[in-house]
Write a new protein. Structure first.
Length: 330
C-alpha cells in the first residue's frame, strides 16, 4: 500500500491481513489522514506551502466557528446533539429562475418548483423547512409565477416526498420496477400547438417531452469557438468573392468535413466536386473560417431532409439539382 511514494504496508503484510479477515479500511484511512492533516497551528504553514506552487492557483482558509458553508449546505455543529443542516445560498445568488412568462412548456416550470422543494426539504433539517418554504414562495413570485400554480405544485411535490418517506420508514419496496413504462417522444415546443397536441394524445400510453428551440448558447458565446467540434449538423460554406455557397450535412465533427473539402479542392483528382469546379471556373476562394451551422439533427433522415430544404432556400447555391430531387414540390 503506497501513498505519495511512502510504503505504509508491504504486499506480503497486505495479503496476510486479508487472510485473517481484518478490515483494512479504518487503518488505511487513519494512515492517510495522519499524512494529510496537521495540527490547527500548522494550517497557515500548509496554506503557504500550497500557494507557493502556482501563483495563479491560490487556496484560501475559511474559519466557520460552529458552522461552515459547503456547496448547497450550511453544516451547523450543535453541542451534544450532533449536526444540523440548512439550504445555503451564496451572497451572489440573484434569485433568477426560469420566468413563468417565458416561452417554455409547463412541465419545465413545474420542474423548477420540484427542484426547489427537493432542496429545501431534503437538504435541510426540519427546523428550517418553514423558512425555506417562505423563501421558495417569495422567489417564485419574483419570477412571475401565479400563486395558484405555486401552491398546487408545492402540495403535489410534498405529498410525493412524504409518501416516499413513509415507505422508507416502513421498509415498503416500490413495485415501479415491475411496471411497464410507456415510451417517451421528444418534440420541439411551439405554443399553443404543443399544448393542443398534448391534449389530443393525453389518453394514449405515451409520454411527451418538449424542448425549446431558442437556447442561450445561440446568443451567449464562450471565448473558445467550439463550432467546428459540433456533430450531426447542416453547414454552409460561403464564397469569399460573391454570394455563392455550398450546403452539406455531416454526422461526424464539422472540422473533419471542412478539412476534407479543403483537401479535395487543393488535390489533383479526376473526380472533381462542384466546389472544385466552381473554384477553377471562376477563380474564387471559399471562406473556410466563416462556415455556418444551419441546423442540428441527430438522425440521418432528418439531416437529409433539412439539407434539401436549406439547399432549396439558397439564392446562389452550388449544389447539384439532384441534391433536392427527393423534395416534395410546393
Amino acid at each position: 500500500m503506497h501513498w505519495k511514494k511512502k510504503e505504509f504496508i508491504t504486499k506480503q503484510t497486505y495479503k496476510k491481513l486479508l487472510c485473517t479477515g481484518l478490515s483494512l479500511s479504518p487503518i488505511i484511512a487513519n494512515l492517510i489522514m495522519e499524512d494529510l492533516c496537521g495540527y490547527i497551528e500548522e494550517i497557515d504553514k500548509i496554506l503557504i506551502n500550497f500557494n507557493s506552487w502556482q501563483p495563479r492557483l491560490q487556496f484560501t482558509i475559511e474559519v466557520g466557528g460552529n458552522r461552515i458553508d459547503f456547496l448547497d449546505l450550511t453544516i451547523i455543529i450543535i453541542e451534544k446533539r450532533g449536526l444540523e443542516f440548512d439550504w445555503f445560498h451564496k451572497p451572489t445568488f440573484s434569485g433568477q429562475y426560469l420566468n413563468y412568462l417565458s416561452t417554455h412548456p409547463n412541465p419545465q416550470k413545474k420542474g423548477v418548483i420540484t427542484e426547489m422543494i427537493d432542496r429545501a426539504i431534503l437538504l435541510s433539517s426540519s427546523k428550517f423547512h418553514y423558512k425555506n418554504m417562505k423563501f421558495i414562495v417569495n422567489t417564485l413570485l419574483h419570477n412571475d409565477y401565479p400563486i395558484d400554480f405555486i401552491f398546487n405544485n408545492i402540495n403535489s411535490r410534498l405529498k410525493i416526498l412524504f409518501q416516499k418517506l413513509r415507505m422508507k420508514e416502513n421498509d415498503v419496496v416500490s413495485d415501479d420496477a415491475d411496471e411497464e413504462h410507456p415510451p417517451w417522444f421528444i418534440l420541439s415546443y411551439v405554443p399553443p400547438i404543443s399544448e393542443k397536441f398534448f391534449m389530443i394524445i393525453k389518453n394514449i400510453n405515451v409520454k411527451l417531452s418538449f424542448f425549446s428551440l431558442n437556447k442561450l448558447n445561440k446568443f451567449i458565446k464562450v471565448q473558445k469557438d467550439t463550432k467546428f467540434s459540433n456533430k450531426n449538423v447542416m453547414y454552409k460554406i460561403p464564397c469569399k468573392d460573391c454570394d455563392a455557397a455550398y450546403v452539406g450535412q455531416i454526422g461526424r465533427k464539422l472540422f473533419t468535413r471542412v478539412s476534407e473539402h479543403c483537401n479535395h479542392i487543393n488535390s489533383i483528382n479526376k473526380n472533381q466536386s462542384v466546389m472544385t469546379d466552381y473554384r477553377l471556373d471562376f477563380n474564387h476562394e471559399f471562406d473556410w473560417e466563416s462556415v455556418q451551422i444551419l441546423d442540428k439533427k441527430r438522425f440521418l433522415n432528418k439531416r437529409l431532409n433539412s439539407e434539401m430544404f436549406h439547399i432549396y432556400m439558397q439564392k446562389n447555391g452550388l449544389n447539384l439539382k439532384t441534391d433536392t430531387k427527393c423534395m416534395l414540390p410546393y
